[in-house]
Write a protein that binds this ligand. Structure first.
Ligand code: AKB
Length: 343
């Protein structure tokens, strides 16, 4: 098989992967190749050129992708999320850090073989922040990228370290000329807030309470939110998250003043999310049962983020604010998805 210019998405079977594959396939600029432990769902699979089912820790499998495809764009989405990582920290480190390093090496070697920089998108997280206590969180307000970089979870520590690994590959490792960012890996990263999708329900994260609450309300299943009603962290609608990825990866390299960008959209409390879920689905059976461990994790995340650099450098402009996200995106689609569930 001849090597053809392609895009590689790892973790493609996850929430972000679904939305990204749909958008990339619609644009059809380059064929999409995926790598995930789980096969793609049958409705998604026809949109990709080839799916490799396996682990990002399997370097022989990565060699196969390298041999068969000329990848010049990597979306490295595979990761264990925050709650799951707290239960298996050593495994989280393996997947989240060693896996990311394998992909950065893969990108470096791809770049060396075809002679062009490989754009490498990495989704970091608000988990890279660590605010010491609720009083500091309340006072801090919208936190900038370089503040409070003291994560309290394995996942957050993994994300922060991988941001640094990416910066190292982009700005210091095997640079081709004097001056910044002339390497083979063109690393670009956003710190995502909690994401909410109408089409998928997340698993293993700590921001999951918002999407879980909404999907349970629509399905008519009882749900106890695991954080206090006054808990506030930033969230974003999944289509805006995919927009962020596409905008950042399309931006001219010279326009980017950072390798890591905050991105925000809206920042409701858990009580505000519950109120809109109840208004849309009056039969919802929602309660609260605080899980202290998970509460501690979200208490260490900022109430909101300062995303001025993303807006300035590559035009971050989320379509949905809190009201619009529920009114125009989540509620109508979720109503259709669960039609009949509560009747
Ligand atoms: C999680 O909760 O682990 C993720 C995240 C905020 O990175 N959704």
């Amino acid at each position: 098989m001849s090597r053809s210019p392609s895009v590689l998405i790892t973790g493609a079977s996850g929430e972000i992967g679904h939305g990204l594959i749909a958008r990339l396939a619609a644009g059809a600029a380059r064929p999409v190749v995926t790598l995930d432990l789980n096969p793609l769902p049958p409705e998604v699979a026809p949109r990709v050129r080839q799916q490799f089912v396996g682990s990002i820790l399997d370097t022989a499998l990565l060699e196969r992708v390298l041999a068969e495809y000329e990848v010049d764009r990597v979306y490295h989405l595979a990761a264990l999320l925050s709650t799951r990582s707290e239960f298996s920290p050593a495994l989280a480190h393996k997947v989240n850090v060693e896996g990311a390093l394998n992909l950065l090496e893969f990108a470096q070697r791809q770049g060396e073989s075809h002679g062009r920089p490989v754009v490498f998108f990495y989704p970091s997280s608000i988990a890279a922040f660590g605010l010491p206590d609720p009083a500091t969180k309340a006072k801090a307000g919208r936190v900038a990228e370089d503040e409070y970089n003291v994560p309290t979870t394995m996942y957050g520590a993994n994300k922060l370290y991988c941001e640094h690994l990416g910066r190292y590959y982009a700005r210091h490792y095997k640079q081709l000329a004097a001056g910044p960012a002339t390497g083979r890996v063109d690393f670009r990263c956003v710190r995502f807030p909690g994401l909410i999708s109408a089409d998928t329900v997340p698993s293993g994260g700590t921001s999951d309470y918002a999407p879980e609450m909404l999907h349970a309300a629509a399905a008519g299943t009882p749900y106890d939110c695991f954080v206090r009603p006054d808990t506030r962290i930033p969230f974003m609608a999944m289509p805006d998250a995919v927009d962020c990825i596409l905008r950042l990866t399309a931006a001219p390299r010279a326009a980017l003043t950072r390798t890591v960008y905050n991105v925000g959209a809206f920042a409701p409390t858990a009580a505000e999310v519950e109120a809109v879920a109840r208004a849309a689905f009056p039969a919802a059976r929602l309660g609260t049962k605080v899980d202290e461990k998970r509460q501690g994790i979200v208490d260490s995340w900022p109430a909101d983020v300062d995303d001025a650099a993303a807006r300035r450098d590559w035009g971050h402009a989320p379509r949905y604010d809190f009201a619009g996200c529920f009114r125009d995106y989540l509620i109508p689609r979720i109503k259709t998805r669960y039609a009949g569930a509560t009747s």
